[in-house]
Write a new protein. Structure first.
Lengths: 561, 265
């Protein structure tokens, strides 16, 4: 028996109101309007519409999942009810906005928003369209829930991919422009903005079909891979990834390579901070300080404005690295006894101190004050000066490669275990004979070093550094990407950086709402997937070789039957 | 020969004497128990021995060496390790990793070795994992090595904690209420386990216990604490007859009542 409090109808209305409120919020902050120029399917629907319809779809799905098991009819009705309530809230926004001028308080409650929400129709038919579409979202959610898993994932995937392909039209066209006859074909898929309606439908069917087919295949295939073949497969995958990474800049062109540089820079910093926060559990909010120290050391030593005998990039690099390690130790020493919040506050202060010192008039003769440092040397290899975004990408790539390798090796070693033990229970770790002073300092120094390397490349890329590039927000960005990627996970840093740094650059409209999106993403992640997008898979230390062999044997006998 | 000697150990918290003038001698390869009601100072004594606390007065000698006031890691390196009353494993690490951390003082691989993985550090890692697997097998957790410590059942966590303590190759093992929260059959198993521990590793075991049955069956010698004072010392039969002990555990009336009953008998 269902108690009245958990009756599906009541829940549906509640959740519908929440979904509507989210959609209203997104509309009022202006996201809907600013994305309405970006078509996903040309002439049919825009990213703006996705933004206000997606909450209704997602919330409908969540309420259905919460209230199940129910009969299919109830599920469908729950979805429809949630959808219509969500739509009604949006409709109310339009009605209120049309009759009362809300713009004094909510700048974005503009006629443009109302036009978008009523789909360019007259008020009454427009609102009806809105309500019907919201109900369609609810129905879609219940459909996805009711269908067998295989169909549901196929539809999910197809939906997400079509939206992504429509959004990333520019990137896809740039990449494929030199693919000969294929380029022409791909170009045919797209309109001036987004996909053509026909190609959207075709793509949807194609992707859904592919997923359906593959999920059937995969179930059979997984048992068939012999343990012996695995290393080979793994090596081939790695070689493929490496080749792709090397070939990316010429494929992507200058504009997208620039974005890639930013992503790589944050990966470098992310891997460093991951050691401090993810491995050793020391919450460092002033991480940008080491980035600044790396960049400024590079500037001071190589810029003819400041140095009497300017060095080259490679001559200055070791000094910059030493400076960062020392800075890491200097920050580490006073905070050895601090834990948790206290540590976070002190490190935050450290980050600000470094930025303010760089900005100060007092140190202007050395660091250039607010004018920063110009004419910083760029790295030369042989006779080749690395100065374009594409060439500098390789510098980042090598840096990321080395740093990721070191981080990975450290994690799976006595050193990494020491950090983790300290993170888990400091007192016990100390009692086990771990020297917490050396261990913590090592974490700070390693993290600082990696961040500093990112700083030197950053300085070389722009040929200049300014104090205002060293904002507190940089530290927060790096921390966010670690959390979203997965605390303590090295591949997670890559995923997190791509998602948080790549997407706002790719979709300029996002840049304005970057922190709103981060906030939403962080909250949603903490609620639904606190381990991150790509969580850390623990190394198998006690290899179950016998078990694997036994499993392979079982499946062999099964298939023999 | 006594492996651990306490001479007049006193520990104060503010005005409270958590331990006052405790003397005891633990013979080598003995199973020695410290018992007493809640708040008697048993765990405080453990913390003094392992270096978490520094006693205000008195001396602690381990193998004839003064260890009073040494830091916990120094004490561990000398050969004393312990478990905790409320299990304190590294929860988000696997069982094997927990044991490997316990081996820390005996491993040498540093920062460079970890990154480069030269032959010596690879071999050290390999042999230490082998050793960890042996310890897992000893404590009956074979095959659980890749499980996160927090996902192990309660009894297994207790045994993993013992394995971690053994990993530092101690000569003296301090067990803080190893049977806390266990049912009678689990308790019985733990009693056998503790004996096996002493016999196979040839170590001395100092034990804090609440359950009288456990203490009486395995201890060669018992010290009873009450309000920070040592009120009795002896073998289990001696302790069972001691009026002060009965009084501390059951109250004054019970002690006199028991005395009368004995006299009547």
């Amino acid at each position: 028996m269902q108690t009245p409090a958990t009756s599906p109808w009541k829940q549906a209305i509640q959740t519908g109101l929440i979904a509507g409120a989210i959609a209203v919020l997104l509309s009022l902050v202006g996201m809907v309007a600013s994305f309405s120029g970006r078509f996903i399917v040309s002439g049919v629907f825009t990213m703006g519409q996705v933004i206000f319809l997606a909450p209704i779809l997602l919330m409908s799905y969540s309420v259905i999942r919460r209230t199940s098991p129910q009969s299919p009819r109830t599920v469908l009705l729950t979805g429809l009810l949630t959808g219509v309530v969500g739509g009604a809230v949006l409709a109310a926004l339009v009605l209120i906005g049309k009759n009362i001028n809300l713009q004094a308080m909510f700048v974005n409650s503009s006629p443009k928003l109302h036009r978008i929400l009523t789909f360019d129709q007259e008020l009454v038919p427009g609102l009806l369209v809105l309500l019907v579409l919201s109900m369609v979202m609810g129905a879609l959610a219940s459909g996805i829930f009711l269908l067998p898993r295989r169909y549901a994932t196929a539809i999910n995937q197809a939906l997400v991919w079509v939206i992504l392909i429509g959004l990333l039209r520019d990137l896809i066209l740039t990449v494929t422009v030199r693919w000969g006859p294929l380029a022409g074909l791909i170009k045919l898929l797209f309109a001036v903005s987004g996909l053509k309606p026909v190609s959207a439908v075709l793509l949807f069917i194609l992707i859904a079909g592919l997923h359906y087919w593959r999920s059937g295949k995969l179930a059979v295939k997984q048992t068939r891979v012999q343990p012996k073949q695995r290393p080979l497969v793994r090596w081939l995958t790695w070689a493929g990834v490496a080749l792709l990474l090397i070939l990316l800049p010429p494929i992507l062109g200058i504009f997208f390579s620039d974005i890639l540089d930013t992503v790589m820079m944050y990966i470098l910093m992310g891997i460093g901070l991951n050691i401090v926060v993810g491995f050793a559990g020391l919450l460092d909010l002033g991480y940008v300080a080491f980035f600044a120290i790396g960049a400024y050391t590079m500037g001071v030593l190589t810029s003819p404005e400041l140095a009497a005998n300017p060095m080259t990039y490679w001559q200055a690099l070791p000094f910059a690295m030493i400076a960062c390690v020392l800075a890491g130790l200097i920050l580490g020493l006073p905070v050895l006894k601090m834990r948790g919040d206290y540590l976070a506050i002190v490190t935050l202060g450290f980050g600000e101190i470094v930025r303010l010192l760089a900005l100060s008039d007092w140190l202007r003769p050395w660091f250039g004050g607010s004018q920063g440092i110009q004419l910083i040397a760029q790295p030369k290899i042989g006779g080749l000066l690395l100065n374009t975004q594409q060439e500098l990408y390789y510098l980042f790539l090598v840096g990321v490669g080395i740093v990721a390798f070191i981080a990975w090796r450290l994690r799976d070693s006595r050193m990494g275990r020491t950090w983790m033990a300290l993170r888990e229970d400091e007192d016990v770790a100390i009692a086990m004979g771990i020297n917490h002073v050396a261990t913590k300092l090592m974490a700070f120094a390693t993290g600082a070093l990696f961040s500093g390397i990112a700083g030197t490349i950053f300085a070389a890329k722009l040929q200049s550094v300014y104090p205002h590039s060293m904002q507190f927000l940089v530290s927060i960005n790096v921390l966010c990407l670690i959390i979203i990627g997965g605390m303590g996970s090295i591949p997670g840093v890559f995923v997190g950086s791509l998602a948080l740094m790549g997407s706002p650059e790719l979709l300029r409209e996002f840049a304005e709402y970057r922190y709103l999106v981060y906030g939403i993403l962080l909250v949603v992640m903490m609620l639904t997937r606190p381990e991150g997008l790509w969580p850390d898979a623990r190394r198998r230390l006690e290899l179950h070789e016998e078990e694997l062999a036994a499993k392979a044997g079982d499946s062999a006998t099964e298939s023999a039957k | 020969m006594a492996i651990l000697v306490a001479k007049g150990v006193t520990k104060r918290f503010g005005g409270l004497d958590a331990l006052s003038k405790i003397d005891l001698e633990v013979e080598e390869k003995a199973i020695y128990s410290i018992i007493g009601p809640n708040g008697a100072g048993k765990t405080t004594f453990f913390n003094c021995v392992t270096g978490f606390y520094t006693p205000e007065e008195g001396e602690l000698l381990f193998e004839g060496r003064n260890i009073t006031g040494l830091s916990p890691d120094r004490v561990t390196r000398l050969g004393i390790s312990r478990t905790y009353q409320n299990i304190r494993l590294f929860k988000n690490m696997t069982s094997v990793e927990n044991i490997l951390v316990g081996m820390h003082p005996h491993l040498k691989t540093g920062l460079i070795g970890s990154v480069v993985r030269d032959r010596r550090s690879v071999e050290e890692e390999k042999s230490s994992i082998e050793e960890a697997k042996r310890l897992l097998q000893f404590v009956g957790l074979k095959g659980k090595g890749d499980m996160m410590a927090m996902n192990l059942p309660y009894g297994a966590q207790r045994r993993l904690e013992v394995a971690r303590a053994l990993a530092s190759k101690p000569k003296l093992l301090l067990l803080d209420e190893p049977t806390a929260g266990m049912n009678p059959s689990e308790t019985q198993e733990m009693v056998h386990f503790i004996r096996r521990l002493r016999d196979e590793f040839e170590i001395t075991i100092l034990l804090i216990e609440h359950q009288m049955r456990v203490v009486m069956s395995i201890s060669e010698k018992i010290t009873v604490l009450d309000f920070g004072l040592k009120i009795a010392e002896g073998t289990s039969t001696e302790i069972q007859k001691n009026a002060k002990v009965i009084e501390a555990y059951l109250g004054r009336g019970a002690a006199s009542g028991l005395g009368q009953a004995q006299a009547a008998a």
